[in-house]
Write a protein that binds this ligand. Structure first.
Ligand code: AMP
Length: 352
């Protein structure tokens, strides 16, 4: 066990790190952020900040000397340089990063555990794309294999003609058939160092423009009936990776059962509702897990919960939001409201 008072290193400096650090502080831990950006909204609430490139061996080694355990809040951290962290334990272990960073590796891993991803094909040339479309059909989505998030690095292809007009990026790609889903939902779990697994209630998630807009609990019946099968797979993923911490799997609920969209080896936007809506939040349980403490109860404490993101430069009336006692407002302290940027979220508890 890592005793309170010790320092937790966090790779990545965004809002997930910020909320993780706030939960860690409650348990008496100090946090140290490592991020390449000069301004970090996570570092603003932490005692330590190393601003350095992901491949700066010396900076990584120096950062590690200050940490009792290291975790990450960003799944695109390059894996190779992490050897410079030396003997300090990195949790969840980097094989989770390796698996989730490449969409094809991720889908093959899911298939090896008897899960089903969206239909897909590897694309490295215009000929591959034409073959993928002939095999899978349209509509579909062409995605970069690596470094995509929040709908970035994606092109919708509505007809074979769209593909002909596309100037293919010079990166490994994957073509996915567009899934005719009933709804999207996520499975959020925390696995402790002893293999103990706890699930939170699964929210139904609505995306706009590839970005999460809203997560609602309870999910409708047609989603709830698919949650058990999705949990079985999520537990297999966690066990196979010998995972420690919070793990999220995003699913499409379809007429043929749950299809996996993505594995996120970290705390997740669709779990922000757990801060007020569950006995123990995803952030606290992640800290407990990586520090070897007993996991907290994940039970829902309200009749229902709705979390909505505050995105980009949308006009919001903070006073109006705060004047409703059911609302909890979280703002991340980001300076410029760029379109599509996650600025904060509002959690609304439905008490009865
Ligand atoms: P991603 O970044 O891959 O998680 O995609 C972001 C969002 O785009 C998803 O949550 C879905 O709403 C939508 N999306 C991505 N891939 C597919 C797909 N194959 N079929 C249908 N919708 C998709």
């Amino acid at each position: 066990m890592i005793p309170p008072g010790e320092t937790i290193g966090i790779l990545g400096g965004g809002q997930l790190g910020r909320m993780m650090a706030m939960a860690a502080a409650q348990l008496g831990y100090r946090c140290h952020i490592y991020a390449p950006e000069a301004v970090s909204i996570a570092a603003e609430v932490c005692g330590g900040f190393t601003c350095a490139a992901w491949d700066d061996a010396e900076a990584l080694a120096r950062f590690a000397t200050d940490c009792a355990v290291i975790t990450y809040e960003f799944e695109n951290v390059p894996v190779a340089p992490l050897v410079h962290l030396g003997q300090v334990r990195l949790l969840p272990n980097p094989s989770a990063l390796e698996t989730a960073q490449d969409r094809i590796t991720e889908k093959q891993f899911i298939e090896s555990l008897e899960g089903t991803p969206a239909p897909y094909a590897e694309v490295n040339s215009p000929a591959d794309l034409a073959a993928a479309i002939a095999h899978i059909g349209t509509p579909g989505i062409l995605k970069t294999r690596r470094d995509g998030y929040d709908g970035k690095g994606q092109w919708r292809i509505m007809s074979p003609a769209d593909a002909k007009n596309l100037d293919l990026p010079d990166k490994p790609l994957v073509y996915e058939g567009f899934v005719d889903f009933i709804a999207e939902f996520s499975v959020l779990l925390c696995r402790g160092q002893d293999g103990d697994v706890r699930f939170w209630d699964s929210p139904v998630n609505v995306h706009k423009g590839g970005i999460l807009a809203r997560s609602t609990i309870p999910a409708p019946a047609e989603v709830l009936e698919q949650v058990e099968a999705a949990r079985v797979l999520a537990r297999k993923v966690a066990d196979a990776l010998d995972y420690v911490g919070v793990l999220t799997l995003e699913f499409f609920a379809t007429a043929d059962g749950p299809l996996v969209n993505e594995i996120a080896p970290r705390v997740h936007n669709s779990g922000h509702w757990t801060i007020e809506g569950a006995i123990t939040s995803q952030f606290e349980n992640h800290v407990r897990a990586i520090c070897g403490l007993p996991l907290g109860d994940t039970a829902l404490i309200a009749h229902g919960v709705e979390m909505r993101n505050v995105i980009g430069d949308a006009a919001e009336n903070w006073e109006q939001i705060l004047s409703d006692p059911a609302n909890h407002l979280h703002l991340y302290g980001k300076a410029a409201a760029r379109p599509g940027r996650k600025m904060g979220h509002v959690t609304r508890l439905i008490l009865k």
